[in-house]
Design a protein around this ligand. Structure first.
Ligand code: C2E
Ligand code: MG
Ligand code: MG
Length: 686
């Protein structure tokens, strides 16, 4: 059962009041009432809570309007119904405007109950609205307090990109900077729509020099009015990014040198090994350990030690290509990873050997310490990789083993782990040393092989180089010419040979039996491409005073292949100075007849491989005949090399060959052993 309705009646006539109460009770409304008739008692009554106030319009001493004002002054909400017998429509409307909820005419008392009920209903609805409103205001207040307290930048943009909300930090940072005016939205204007994708992005702004990184979370939602909006939360993650960078560096780079540390080195090595295996090429790992580094630390202190380590890192880095890795993996230990070296083990060994030597050389340069300088050496162990048979760890162990062997053998050197590779390189290095020593100590000699005409009479010789090693004995050109070319020593050797040949021609010029002998000298490509070649040869010939037409220069086809125009120019100058050119090993190369014609050649030499099987191999016989025919039609002299038997000579003579060289007529020998008994002048030809 509901509590009775508390009704405050402002009515001077008790009868009227009773009538009202009866009317209400008759309508089934249980009423608990109080009647007042002056301002003072009304004010007192208003201290209590009432469900409804029903007031007469005309009262003695004060009016219904005054009662309404008093009532509203103490309670905004309580329903106020005006009762009147006299008041006109206009006054009633004015009362409604002043806050009365309704009015009832006394002569129409039947309306009281429904009016009252409607007023109560209205009041309830209003109260409910009010509560909702208060909740919204509270929610809005809470929203702003919450967002403004947040260190995260929060903002909302509308469809056109205009910022329609920004919290305090937004105003202080982004909004302030962008000078965007913000219309603060009330929270009931936006309704978060769940289920729409949020987007997380990291941005970098470059307002000045220092970059600022932002982490932004953006999410689209729909505002209460149905408009699309973009919410955004942003945090300044600059310090986070900087720490990440620092951590990354600390994790992968050596703090002292800034070089990759062991971890990054293993990572790079793993990649290098995979890449080389895939491409079928070699890579190499060089483990470099400084010799007696402890002594340096003890003598000059750790700061000096650190300085030397930094310097060493830099010096090593200067020896390798950009794509190679130089890492510091221990106090005095470095690793170099060389990638993409090539497919041929022999070439790779040579290249890596050269890089290792260079590293040893730069480390050996003095380190300038405060007030003093320090000398240091290193030991290098080298391991190769070209398939993925081994793990990075195994490879490092191999290099370490090789490095250990260097230490035991006396330091300041390098060794390969692979014994075959090492043997090859040792041989090569020894040979290179032999060549240098040979040049310095005149161990080189020219031997001379006779060239004869069809009557077997000596017309000239070919000079063939020998290295008379005091311990190893006589070394043949096939064992050292290639290395001499690779190391560039051939240039000096070649000039030595030309010089020696000119001197020999000078000597022969003194004697009528030898005065017309020709002398052929072999030239290598490397020698011929030397910029000074032509002037130096001209100078040599001029200085010796010999007849230049007796000096024949032997070139091979491979030499002619590159820079053909330049080659022709050089040959032409020397040809015009009187010298003659022979094309050596003819038939083994790829020269086309068309460009052979363009060369100022005097002679071609049939390679001895064709002569060897002349009588057994039909193809060789055909080739030899063709060369002889070509010589004839081009007006070139043709000489057959490697003639060892009479049968070979006879076949050659039958087919028009007039010049011969081979064991049948004499092996290459020192000049004093040459048989000069039967000489003839070479037939002028071409
Ligand atoms: P090449 O210029 O074709 O010299 C001919 C080679 O054949 C010589 O070998 C010679 O001893 C050899 N030979 C000659 N007749 C016969 C024969 O009847 N039977 C056989 N089996 N071999 C014969 P060698 O002296 O060992 O020289 C080899 C190559 O080294 C030369 O081939 C030449 O390309 C190069 N060479 C020699 N001396 C020099 C030099 O001073 N400078 C340069 N750049 N290369 C040189
Ligand atoms: Mg030759
Ligand atoms: Mg030859």
């Amino acid at each position: 059962m509901n509590a009775p309705l508390r009704v405050l009646m402002v009515e001077d006539y008790e009868d009227d009041a009773l009538l009202m109460l009866r009317t209400l009770r008759r309508a089934g409304i249980d009423v608990e009432s109080l009647r007042v008739q002056d301002a003072a008692s009304l004010t007192a009554a208003l201290a209590e809570t009432w469900d409804v106030v029903i007031s007469d319009f005309s009262l003695p001493g004060f009016s219904g309007m005054d009662a309404l004002a008093l009532c509203r002054a103490s309670d905004e909400q309580v329903p106020f119904i005006l009762m009147s017998g006299t008041v006109g429509e206009e006054t009633a409307v004015a009362a409604m405007k002043a806050g009365a909820n309704d009015y009832v005419m006394k002569d129409n008392m039947a309306r009281l109950a429904p009016t009252l009920l409607r007023a109560l209903q209205d009041a309830a609805t209003r109260a409910e609205l009010r509560r909702t409103e208060l909740k919204l205001i509270e929610s809005e207040r809470r929203f702003h307090a919450f967002m403004d307290a947040s260190p995260i930048i929060a903002s909302i943009r509308d469809g056109s990109g205009r910022t329609v909300y920004g919290n305090r930090v937004w105003n202080d940072t982004v909004g302030h900077a962008a000078a965007v005016s913000v219309a603060r939205m009330t929270s009931d204007q936006v309704v978060l729509t769940s289920g729409l994708a949020a987007e997380s992005v990291e941005e970098i702004n470059l307002p000045g020099t220092a970059p600022t990184y932002w982490k932004n979370i953006r999410f689209p939602f729909v505002g209460a009015a149905g408009q699309p909006l973009i919410g955004e939360f942003s945090t300044d993650i600059t310090t986070l990014k900087q720490s990440e960078e620092t951590i990354r560096k600390l994790a992968y780079l050596d703090a002292l040198t800034g070089l990759p540390n062991r971890r990054l080195m293993i990572d790079r090595l793993t990649h290098a090994m995979a890449s080389c295996a895939r491409r079928g090429i070699f890579g190499a790992l060089l483990l470099i350990n400084l010799d007696n580094f402890k002594l340096l630390n003890d003598a000059h202190g750790h700061a000096a030690g650190d300085f030397v380590v930094q310097q060493t890192g830099r010096r090593i880095s200067d020896c390798v290509r950009e794509q190679d890795t130089v890492a510091r993996i221990g106090g005095d230990e470095f690793v170099v990873i060389l990638e993409g070296l090539g497919k041929l083990a022999a070439d790779v060994a040579v290249d890596v050997d050269a890089i290792g030597r260079e590293i040893l050389k730069v480390i050996a340069e003095p380190y300038l310490l405060v007030g003093t300088s320090h000398k240091l050496t290193a030991s290098i162990g080298i391991a190769f990789f070209h398939d993925q048979q081994h793990s990075p760890d195994e490879l490092i162990k191999r290099a370490d083993l090789a490095m250990g062997n260097v230490k035991t053998a006396g330091r300041n050197n390098q060794l390969f782990f692979d014994p075959a590779m090492q043997a090859r390189i040792t041989l090569r290095n020894t040979l290179e040393a032999d060549l240098r020593e040979g040049l310095a100590n005149s161990w080189f000699a020219l031997h001379y092989q006779p060239q004869v005409d069809s009557d077997g009479r000596l017309t000239g010789v070919e000079a063939l180089m020998r290295l008379a090693h005091p311990v190893k004995g006589l070394m043949m050109p096939n064992s050292f010419i290639t290395l001499a070319e690779e190391t560039g020593l051939i240039v000096d050797l070649g000039y030595w040979a030309l010089d020696t040949a000119c001197k020999q021609l000078q000597t022969w010029a003194q004697d009528t039996t030898t005065a017309r002998l020709t002398l052929s000298v072999n030239l290598s490509a490397r020698q011929f491409s030397d910029d000074n070649f032509v002037p130096r040869v001209l100078a040599l010939v001029a200085a010796s005073g010999i007849d230049p037409s007796l000096l024949w220069l032997e070139l091979t086809e491979s030499l002619l292949l590159d820079e053909i125009e330049l080659t022709i120019d050089k040959m032409t100058i020397l040809r015009e100075a009187g010298m003659r050119f022979s094309l050596d090993d003819f038939g083994t190369g790829y020269s086309s007849l068309s460009y052979l014609k363009r060369l100022p050649l005097h002679e071609v030499k049939i390679d001895r491989s064709f002569v060897r099987d002349l009588l057994g191999d039909v193809n060789d016989a055909v080739i030899v005949r063709a060369i002889l025919a070509m010589g004839q039609s081009f007006g070139l002299s043709v000489i057959a090399e490697g003639v060892e038997t009479i049968a070979q000579r006879d076949f050659l003579i039958e087919n028009g060959c007039r010049r011969f060289q081979g064991y049948l007529f004499g092996r290459p020998v020192p000049v004093e052993m040459l048989d000069l008994g039967d000489t003839a002048t070479v037939m002028a030809c071409g």
